[in-house]
Design a protein around this ligand. Sequence first.
Ligand code: ADE
Length: 222
Amino acid sequence: MPMRFDILTIFPGIFDSYLHESLFKRAQKQRLIAVRAWNIRDFTDDRHQKVDDRPFGGGPGMVLKVQPILAATKKITRVSAKKGKAMRTRTILFSTRGKRLDAAMAKRLAKYDQLVLICGRYEGVDERVAEHIADEEVSIGDYVLSGGELAALVLMEAVSRHIPGFLGKEESLEEINGSFPTYTRPEAFAPRKGGKLWKVPGVLLSGNHQEIEAWRREKGKA
Ligand code: ADE
C-alpha cells in the first residue's frame, strides 16, 4: 500500500508542479506514495463558501475556521478507511508554534500509513484545530511563511526519502555516507579568460580510493 499524503489547503494548485516532477513523479507512478491536495473551500457549510472569519477579541486579519477543516479531515479518513484496512494516520498542523522538523521527526513520521497535512494561511487557524483535530503541530524553521504549503512540501520530501524505493541507488548515497562536497568535469574551470582557475581538489583526481574516502569523511557531514 502506498503511503498517503492528504493535504488540506485553500490553494491546492500550489502542489501541481512540484509533485509532478522528478522523484515525486516517479514515486507516485510506482505507487510508493499517493498524494492528494484537498481544497478546504469544498468543505465549508457557509453559504458564501467562506473559510475564514474575524478573530474573537479583535485584531487584524482573518482566521481559518474550524468547521471546514474538521469536515475535510473526516472525509479524508473515511475515504481512506473505505479503500482497505484501517490506516495508521497522523494529522499535522503547520504553524510557527510547532515542533521543529528534523531528520528524526521525518523518520518517525515515515512509519505512518497516512499523513494528513493541514496548511494554515492568513494570520492564523482557529486554535481548536490544534486542540482537537491535529495530533501534532510542526514548524519547518524559525521564520514566518504566509502559509503551510511550502512546509508541507518540505515535510513530504523529508519523509518520503525514508520510504523504501523512493530514492534511486545514487540518491541514497547521501543518506548512507552523509553528505560531502562533490565536483565534476572540468578539473580546472576558467570563470574568466586569463583569470584564476577554479580547481578540483587533487585528492579526488588521485585514483587513491582510501585517500578519497578519508577526505570525504573529513569534509562530510554524516
Ligand atoms: N506557517 C507559517 N510559518 C511556518 C513555518 N515556519 N513552519 C510551518 N508552518 C508555517
